[in-house]
Design a binder for this molecule. Structure first.
Ligand SMILES: [Zn+2]
Length: 401
């Protein structure tokens, strides 16, 4: 401020004039300076706001993101839940009711983790989320998690991922589905949610069919019989359990009879049974019926272990194979069972010859798949591999930050 040191002139009017100019000059300067200071303050405030928002975004992401994430190419990646060192995603894009879901839950663990018991393993649980307020959830299905070694160099060094194979029931609505990973440390302690992810399911229509049954088949379906109940309970027990071995390889399933074989019923058909007494009942067809003549060779669709082989009242001679923990395939109405319980099979090995035993209106092979006890569409398992370590490792790397 040069003016402060300058002496006002002796002449009073001139002095006053000068003094007034000096005051005005300084007032304007102070105003300008104040304006300038405000501008600096505004810029710095905006800068700090930007910094805080970025930091908040980082924290939110560390805490877990839900839903799709944009890839470098701009195409949204399938949904992934992402937390510190943890990931949860499904391998299938745009699944439909009836489709299987390969759920991958990845979290770092101690190198020599002890093999967990089935009760101690986390479970993947699938819910339907209703739209609108309250967002009520309805449990659809669940499956046990099992160790699935994934070798993805660089990002994940020798760490194990959990996998679970879920099935979206054919009756599930289109729209938002929620997958939760729940820990079941013991029967005493309540379960904890370890991770959760929402995905979108597309809509799907299923065919309707009417099946007239003669007196014999009507009796097979409707007459109460304690042996039928016992057999049903025994089968439920098998299908709801889960071993710890993955028998299937990275390839997709191959149908048990040639793929182009004529089908007499499809997965998810909405059936109406017309009984011989005039009554009717509804059911959903759980698998695919291939219209093959008696004696047609039936092959293992993937590596597996025979967990049931023998006669049943309703399904006739039957075989059940386990391919991965909680993942089973079933073969009904067989003429001859050629595989024995406990036998390990490779993809394409002979297991049986088809027939028309049990409740059948003619010779055919009924082929069914269960994941976590729930029916799933065989065509989906034939279309793409369920557990391909290479593509799972690739997804882990894609979702890594
Ligand atoms: Zn069938």
């Amino acid at each position: 401020m040069k003016e402060t040191n300058s002496k006002p002139a002796g002449f009073s009017a001139f002095s006053f004039h000068c003094f007034r100019n000096w005051v005005l000059r300084n007032t304007n300067k102070m105003k300008n300076r104040a304006r300038l200071t405000n501008r600096y303050e505004l810029v710095s405030r905006l800068f700090f706001l930007f910094l805080s928002l970025s930091l908040l975004a980082c924290i939110t992401q560390t805490g877990g993101t839900r839903g799709g994430k944009a890839s470098a190419a701009g195409k949204p990646l399938p949904a992934v839940w992402d937390s510190v060192g943890e990931r949860l995603f499904v391998m299938q894009e745009n699944p439909r009711p009836g489709d299987p879901l390969t759920v991958i839950y990845y979290r770092p663990r101690a190198g020599n983790a002890k093999t967990e018991t089935e009760a101690g393993r986390p479970r993947a649980v699938l819910f339907a989320l209703s739209e609108g307020k309250g967002s009520a959830r309805k449990k659809l299905s669940s499956a046990v998690c099992f160790d699935f070694p994934v070798d993805a160099p660089g990002t994940v060094n020798e760490r194990t991922a959990y996998a679970a194979i879920l099935a979206i029931p054919s009756t599930a609505p289109a729209g938002r589905l929620l997958i939760e990973i729940e820990s079941h440390a013991s029967d005493q302690s309540p379960s904890r949610i370890l991770a959760e992810l929402t995905i979108e399911a597309r809509g799907r229509d299923f065919a309707a069919e009417e099946i007239p049954l003669n007196a014999g088949n009507t009796a097979l379906r409707t007459s109460p019989d304690p042996r039928k109940t016992a057999e049903a309970l025994r089968l439920q027990e098998i299908l709801n359990s889960a071993g710890s071995t993955v028998y299937l390889k990275a390839a997709a399933f191959v149908p048990p009879v040639p793929a182009n074989t004529r089908r007499t019923s499809f997965f998810g058909d909405r059936r109406v049974y017309l009984y011989s007494n005039g009554k009717r009942d509804t059911a959903i067809h759980a698998g695919i019926d291939y219209g093959v003549p008696t004696g047609t060779k039936v092959y293992a669709p993937a590596g597996g272990k025979v967990v049931f082989a023998g006669p049943r009242i309703v399904t006739g001679n039957s075989v059940v194979l386990e391919h991965a923990p909680g993942l089973y395939t079933l073969y009904y109405h067989l003429e001859k069972v050629l595989a024995a319980k406990g036998q390990l099979l490779k993809q394409g090995e002979l297991i049986a010859e088809s027939g028309s035993t049990g409740l059948a209106t003619g010779p055919h092979l009924h082929w069914e798949i269960r994941a976590g006890g729930e029916n799933t569409d065989p065509d989906a398992l034939c279309a793409a591999p369920l557990l391909d370590a290479g593509s799972i490792a690739k997804r882990l790397l894609e979702t890594a930050r």
